[in-house]
Design a protein around this ligand. Structure first.
Ligand SMILES: C[S@@+](CC[C@H](N)C(=O)[O-])C[C@H]1O[C@@H](n2cnc3c(N)ncnc32)[C@H](O)[C@@H]1O
Length: 140
């Protein structure tokens, strides 16, 4: 059983250190390679739920996609905003929203793909909040 921090910002420094270490880099590299392969060439509208400090938001936007990152923790969202601010050329392709996976403020068919990586294991019910992602019109 995983132990979830009540706010990832409380462990934000440790999480950033893990992410930039060998194991974290490998995880992000594998995830990004897989997600980017699924997205194909054209710019896609991607929702990254539980985007944390914005690693995948940054990678997907750098590849040309239009990315909306949603994050429950204000501290993690702020770290994501700092990451994007350091790459101003990406800003027009990135939207960051504070919010919860249980109450996403978007209309149906707003996105072509949803990325929700390393998040559902921290939810009390990992199926219900994500089920509606896959009920749409053929998105990823
Ligand atoms: C382990 S981190 C993963 C961050 C990012 N997806 C990544 O792969 O680097 C989990 C993130 O999910 C966020 N999170 C947890 N429960 C959430 C919820 N109900 N709604 C939105 N975000 C949530 C946490 O605040 C945390 O930033």
């Amino acid at each position: 059983m995983s132990h979830a921090p009540s706010d990832f910002a409380d462990v934000g420094g440790a999480y950033a250190a893990y992410s930039s270490g060998g194991r974290g880099r490998l995880r992000h590299d594998i995830t990004a390679r897989r997600v980017l392969a699924e997205l194909g060439g054209g710019p896609a509208r991607v929702l990254d739920v539980g985007c944390g400090d914005g690693e995948m938001v940054w990678r997907l936007a750098a590849a040309g996609h239009q990315v909306t990152g949603v994050e429950r923790s204000a501290g993690m969202l702020s770290a994501a905003a700092e990451r994007i601010a350091a790459a101003p050329e990406l800003a027009e392709r990135v939207t960051l929203v504070e919010g919860d996976i249980d109450a996403l403020p978007f209309a149906d068919d707003s996105f072509d793909a949803v990325c929700c990586h390393s998040v559902v294991m921290y939810l009390p019910d990992s199926i219900a909040p994500t089920a509606h992602f896959f009920g749409g019109s053929g998105g990823i």
